[in-house]
Design a protein around this ligand. Structure first.
Ligand code: GLA
Length: 743
């Protein structure tokens, strides 16, 4: 233990999902003599100190240090030239724009007297569980910033955010506010980030960090398909199994920005939070602005270990637990769902849904979800959004007969909603044309024939909560698929004075979160999926309040392998809903077998979204068998450790993944062939993460291993010698899956 500890906080974190509950210590220390703050968790240490000028200066972020190690007092870096000031060179934890900061500042504020400078110095701090709250104040103005730090004991993932408070007597405008700045010393790094578009989310990009800035952002009012708020910086090349990786994810479902910047001295920082584009949050005297939380972690085990840490953190610290589960337990694996969208489109009816429900139940599905089309005057996407009453032509007796039938078939019932939107052709819009985001006197720009309701308004919030609460109170509903099918284009809020309207970027998202929070409190058994035309709203903010996400509207099983690969860098398979749909696929006319489609979807949380009324007995039998097999191994897949054995990207003919249960008692291997070219064999799969000394029995879920492969062998055998699928595993769009069970 440190010799000159002045204050000390420690907590025990329970690691769940393993047979023996381990305890790991996380600690936050403050060393008064050197004014140094230190956080330890998992394999990570993070430290910063108050330097001689009073700035909060980052000292270290990397592998865990010994408890006896201590840091010298923080000293500002010197001025190199008159163009390279000490202020700009010194790595500040959270710098205002002031004193000649040319790198990305964390905070920029303008004052009514025209002053726009902010120089934040340390004032005080207090210990909180596993962390600190550190108070900074401008050297002259009464602007106070409290930085929040909390370290997760098990993973070493650090949560950072800031509260900005105006303690003066005049209003000020916050023009830019980050949650945190993360700094790394000058070196060569590879940046990984995720981009995409509708139907093509989760493209993994990897490139060297170079001088200047790489901006990752959404200006769309929501998270967006085009970029996801996640990053990873690997020392040198990014490799799957080794090397230092610093990674992070921002918990915000509105416009966001991360700037990855290599400065004039090659130091690298990632500054992220609210997107400053079109931002301007007025703080009246006494008011505060809370930033989103920016989570970041560190590993020496390469990109694979980075995502495993993040998955574990999401399962243990981010995702909501269904009501009734004991404290400290993980959310339960997702039910296998059926969803009607690709089968029926908007053309839903009681008889049609019942027919699908009967088929779904026979396959072993747990949850039947009716998608778009059940409400208002909804025949297609031109009308109905906003009118959340049951369509009487389609459901003359309401939803109850369908829900009762679904229950009688042994499934629970889920319903699609898109609460934040309105079609101009709706009763709601005719009554409240002023409820949408719009600029006065400007033509209203529709996308998919719809406008975005201004959820920042209290009356809109009340309407949304009211109808959702009513639907959930009047019907026995276990699940909502919460959709969001366009981005903002005209974020005006003309009920507020012109100077205040931009707070819509913050208030909208806060109200979204508060509705979800209140609904979950009032209807604790209801689970929610975040969907936005596929994966347009997936981030650690929405995942604190939803149970799963719809990763993409593109359900082609081969395209999905690539998307699921990208998704897995940031998010756990537990939340990744993946449906088996029809073949040939609507997107690309690619024909695949049911088994191939099933195995692709089994990499995440399995769903069926096909027109199963048309399936023949053979496909039904295959799906039924694989759903049953999936349920037996689902905890390992959804909540185990994921190893990406062969990436499907870069035109790879092959891909493979392995999921290992946290206690190493079981592993599941998925192997896919895009196409066998010139007869080249499938690579022998060297498994990972097993207990080398334990014996594991191999069972085929689909396909078979080479005839020379033993039925039982040690973990060492499977990891070193590997699993050979043999010459018979060849062809186009082939798939195989295996389980290994510890004896
Ligand atoms: C979005 C969703 C789809 C489906 C449709 C319904 O595109 O991503 O899964 O629910 O809306 O209109």
């Amino acid at each position: 233990m440190h010799p000159i500890l002045k204050t000390f906080s420690i907590a025990l974190a329970l690691t769940v999902g393993v047979a023996s509950v381990q305890a790991q210590a996380a600690a936050a220390y403050y060393e008064a003599a050197t004014k140094t703050f230190r956080l330890d968790g998992g394999n990570t240490t993070y430290a910063f100190g108050v330097n001689s000028r009073g700035e909060l200066q980052q000292l270290y972020w990397g592998g865990r240090l010994a408890g006896t190690d201590s840091f010298p007092k923080a000293e500002p870096l010197g001025e190199r030239t008159s163009f390279d000031s000490s202020f700009n060179n010194t790595p500040q934890e959270y710098s205002g724009w002031g004193n000649g900061i040319y790198v990305e500042p964390a905070l920029k504020v303008s004052f009514p007297d025209g002053n726009r400078e902010l120089v934040l110095h340390y004032v005080s701090h207090k210990m909180v569980a596993n962390g600190f709250d550190v108070e900074l104040k401008d050297v002259a103005k009464p602007i106070v910033v409290v930085l929040h730090y909390t370290m997760d004991a098990a993973t070493g993932i650090l949560a950072r955010s800031a509260t900005i408070e105006n303690r003066g007597t005049l209003a000020v405008t916050v023009e830019q506010a980050a949650a945190a700045a993360w700094m790394l010393p000058a070196s060569h790094y590879t940046l990984s980030y995720l981009t995409g578009r509708w139907g093509s989310e989760w493209t993994l990009n990897q490139e060297p960090v170079r001088a200047g800035s790489r901006v990752l952002e959404s200006r769309r009012g929501s998270t967006g398909h085009q970029a996801n708020p996640w990053f990873a910086l690997a020392a040198g090349e990014a490799t799957e199994d080794a090397g230092e990786v610093w990674f992070g994810a921002l918990a915000w479902s509105g416009s966001w920005r991360m700037v990855v910047e290599q400065d004039q001295a090659n130091a690298v920082r990632v500054t992220g939070g609210f997107n400053p584009f079109d931002f301007g949050f007025v703080l009246h005297p006494g008011q505060r602005l809370e930033t989103p939380v920016f989570y970041s972690g560190y590993t020496q085990g390469g990109m694979g270990a980075a995502s495993r840490l993040l998955h574990r953190f999401e399962l243990d610290r981010i995702l909501p637990r269904t009501a009734g589960l004991p404290e400290g337990s993980r959310p339960k694996p997702r039910p296998v769902i059926y969803n009607s969208w690709e089968a029926t489109g908007f053309n839903v009816s009681e008889a049609g849904q019942v027919a699908l429900a009967e088929r779904a139940a026979a396959l072993g599905v747990d949850r039947f979800v009716m998608d778009d089309g059940w409400f208002g005057q909804r025949k297609d996407d031109h009308a109905g959004l906003g009118d959340w009453y049951v369509n009487k032509q389609k459901f003359p007796n309401g939803l109850k007969p369908l829900i009762d039938k679904v229950h009688a078939l042994g499934m629970d019932f889920g319903l699609w909603v898109e609460p934040e939107m309105v079609n101009p052709n709706s009763d709601l819009y005719r009554q409240h044309p002023d409820w949408v985001l719009a600029f006065p006197g400007r033509p209203r720009m529709e996308q998919r024939n719809q406008l975005v309701l201004n959820l920042a308004r209290p009356d809109v919030r009340a309407y949304l909560f009211g109808f959702l609460d009513k639907v959930l109170t009047e019907n026995d509903i276990a699940f909502l698929k919460w959709d969001y099918n366009r981005n903002w284009s005209q974020p005006g809020w003309d009920q507020l004075p012109a100077g205040e309207q931009k707070r819509v970027y913050v208030d909208y998202v806060r109200n979204l979160y508060s509705i979800l929070t209140e609904l979950r409190r009032k209807h604790p058994k209801v689970e929610i999926e975040s969907c936005s035309g596929g994966g347009g709203r997936v981030d650690l903010g929405i995942l604190r309040l939803t149970d799963e996400v719809w990763a993409s509207d593109n359900t082609d099983p081969y395209d999905r392998l690539i998307q699921q690969y990208g998704f897995s860098f940031a998010y756990t398979p537990q939340v990744m809903m993946a449906w088996v749909t029809d073949s040939p696929h609507w997107e690309n006319q690619r024909a695949t077998t049911v088994a191939y489609r099933m195995l692709s979807s089994m990499q995440g949380s399995l769903g069926i979204g096909a027109n199963i009324s048309k399936w023949g007995p053979e496909d039904v039998a295959t799906a039924k068998r694989l759903i049953a097999a999936y349920k037996q191994v689902q905890p390992a897949i959804a909540q185990g450790d994921l190893y990406r054995l062969i990436a499907p990207t870069g035109g790879s003919a092959f891909s493979a993944t392995e999921n290992v249960k946290a206690d190493k008692s079981q592993a599941v291997v998925f192997a896919f062939i895009h196409s066998t070219i010139e007869g080249y064999p499938y690579p022998v799969l060297k498994l990972k993460g097993l207990d080398p000394a334990a014996e594991y029995a191999l069972t085929a879920i689909e396909g078979k291993a080479d005839k020379a492969v033993p039925a039982v062998a040690s973990g060492a055998w499977w990891m070193n010698h590997g699993l050979d699928l043999g010459a018979d595993f060849h062809g186009d769009f082939q798939a195989a899956a295996f389980r290994l069970d510890r004896k």
